[in-house]
Design a binder for this molecule. Structure first.
Ligand SMILES: [Zn+2]
Ligand SMILES: [Zn+2]
Length: 254
């Protein structure tokens, strides 16, 4: 089992030589789970010699365009290629309706002579509350993270935890600094992939490098940082982290 970072950038990666923070989880049979399909996905996949034909499984953590903005491309290219079957789409059940009604339906509802819906393009697997989902033989559990507070309501992302060949992995996806809420998963994991904002003008919806520096040395020692901004990066290794993930970096588990 290995995890490949197609990109490690934030939503604002334009012309920085990086791509959105989408990943490919590849099992020992070379089956691939695309973890988030942002609007850069067709380019980041192409850079590794892949295209929509290689993507039969996709997981979406939340609805920002750097995570879901490539789904129209994936849906349409697969639909109009007679050699392709529907990609399997794994999403938390609470995202199903807004994904279609607020993200995809504008471009994808109307086909020549028919009206389409999400099931026209994808084989949809809804993830239940507090229950893991299966991708091939692997069991993955979603972890709701605190991404945006839009006034009085939390708009979450859904991170992932799973055990791959005895390695316990936690991918935060997008999250504010919320160590109290996700400390159990920080403790549990052998390796943590953590959203880390490095801009001097913080958005407020991502954990900043300065905030992450306040975590214990034990947590920092198993933490890889990604989803960072263009520009210079601090010396994460000197600060006790595993480092910043670089585009194309591969992590082998087991
Ligand atoms: Zn993002
Ligand atoms: Zn986001």
């Amino acid at each position: 089992m290995r995890l490949i970072f197609l990109g490690t950038g934030s939503a604002f990666t334009i012309n920085s030589g990086n791509y959105h923070s989408n990943m490919l989880l590849v099992d020992d049979n070379d089956s691939k789970l695309l973890i988030d399909c942002g609007s850069d996905a067709r380019l980041s996949l192409a850079e590794l010699g892949m295209n929509y034909k290689d993507i039969h499984h996709v997981y979406i953590s939340h609805l920002h365009a750097d995570h879901a903005g490539g789904l129209e491309w994936l849906g349409f290219t697969s639909y109009f290629d007679p050699t392709c079957s529907q990609p399997n789409l794994y999403i938390h059940h609470s995202l199903e309706t807004p994904l279609w009604e607020k993200v995809l339906s504008g471009g994808m509802t109307s086909l020549q002579g028919s009206i389409a819906n999400l099931n026209t393009y994808f084989k949809v697997h809804l993830i239940k509350e507090n229950e893991p989902f299966k991708w091939n033989k692997l069991s993955l559990q979603t972890v709701q993270t605190m991404h945006v507070m839009n006034g009085f309501r939390i708009v979450p992302s859904f991170g992932l935890i799973f055990t791959a060949n005895d390695t316990k992995v936690f991918i935060t996806t997008d999250t504010q600094f919320a160590p109290t809420q996700i400390c159990d998963f920080y403790e549990w994991a052998d390796i943590i992939f953590q959203d880390c904002e490095t801009t001097k003008a913080p958005s407020g919806v991502h954990a900043s490098y300065a905030e992450l520096l306040t975590l214990s040395p034990e947590i920092r020692a198993k933490m890889w940082l990604y989803h960072y901004n263009p520009g210079d990066l601090p010396d994460a290794k000197a600060d006790g982290f595993r480092g910043f993930v670089v585009k194309g970096q591969v992590f082998n588990f087991g």
